[in-house]
Write a protein that binds this ligand. Structure first.
Ligand SMILES: C[S@@+](CC[C@H](N)C(=O)[O-])C[C@H]1O[C@@H](n2cnc3c(N)ncnc32)[C@H](O)[C@@H]1O
Length: 238
């Protein structure tokens, strides 16, 4: 229960992680899921993935058939790269509808090991264990599609801008970058209070927010609706 005036660090974490089913969150907490944040060891949502174990990572398994079926009308034919590919289901669905070669980059070995397993029979799948901030995009080429699903906001604004600029090294002129999902809904007062509590007390920031000044990186953008949310589609300015 969130206090009316003062929110404890644990209550604030409950708010930030309220996208996890309450019974699963209680189980995770009982297993010490908050410990490294409360001790100050983990400072961002992205760092959680450096310490996650297979049991907890598997709770993030998802079936992206429906999302890929919705987005595919806008995909270019050909190659596809996913930034922060996680456990690989999105890439697998894209491979299954004919995209090749397939590339994925992720900082978490536990997440990526599952992606490697899912794509083990695909000769044209290439998965890289690396932080996106350090990735050399000049080692890829002729990328027709880039996907950032449930990833944007995990890197800060400077890294977001660097990523959008550096990735141009490997894009075809008509490449498309898909970034989602995004909601226009304002952040609730309760979530704002939780973010401030965690920032002030623990210097912890779950998400950096959704950078969308794509124009400054010389991309045109449009949005498409995905349920109640949106996906951005970026193309290089002529
Ligand atoms: C919320 S999960 C989403 C996974 C996948 N995109 C999906 O939609 O199922 C975010 C993923 O991004 C990865 N990640 C976060 N920060 C990263 C970074 N700086 N470089 C590379 N991968 C990162 C995490 O390891 C994690 O697998």
């Amino acid at each position: 229960m969130v206090g009316f005036f003062i929110m404890t660090n644990e209550e604030a974490l409950d708010v930030v992680f309220n996208f996890i089913h309450p019974s699963i969150l209680e189980q995770l907490k009982a297993e010490g899921a908050y410990t490294d944040i409360l001790s100050g060891k983990i400072k961002t949502g992205a760092e959680v993935y450096d310490y996650i174990d297979e049991q907890h990572a598997s709770l993030q398994d998802a079936d992206y058939t429906s999302l890929v079926n919705t987005l595919k009308a806008d995909f270019n034919a050909g190659s596809l790269l996913q930034i922060g590919c996680g456990r690989g289901d999105f890439l697998l669905r894209c491979a299954n509808i004919g995209h090749s070669p397939i590339y994925g980059i992720d900082r978490s070995s536990v997440m990526l090991d599952e992606a490697k397993y899912k794509l083990r029979n695909n000769q044209n799948a290439n998965l890289y264990l690396e932080k996106i901030e350090n990735f050399d995009f000049s080692k890829l080429n002729e990328i027709n599609n880039v996907i950032l699903n449930n990833f944007w906001g995990m890197v800060d604004e400077k890294s977001s801008i660097d990523l959008l600029n550096n990735i141009k090294k490997c894009l075809t002129p008509d490449a498309k970058i898909f970034i989602g999902t995004y909601s226009d809904n304002a952040i609730s007062p309760q979530r704002q209070k939780a973010d401030i509590t965690l920032k002030n007390n623990l210097n912890f920031l779950f998400s950096f927010g959704f950078f969308k000044d794509f124009d400054q990186c010389r991309y045109d953008s449009k949005t498409i609706d995905i349920g109640n949310e949106k996906y951005f589609i970026l193309t290089l300015k002529p």
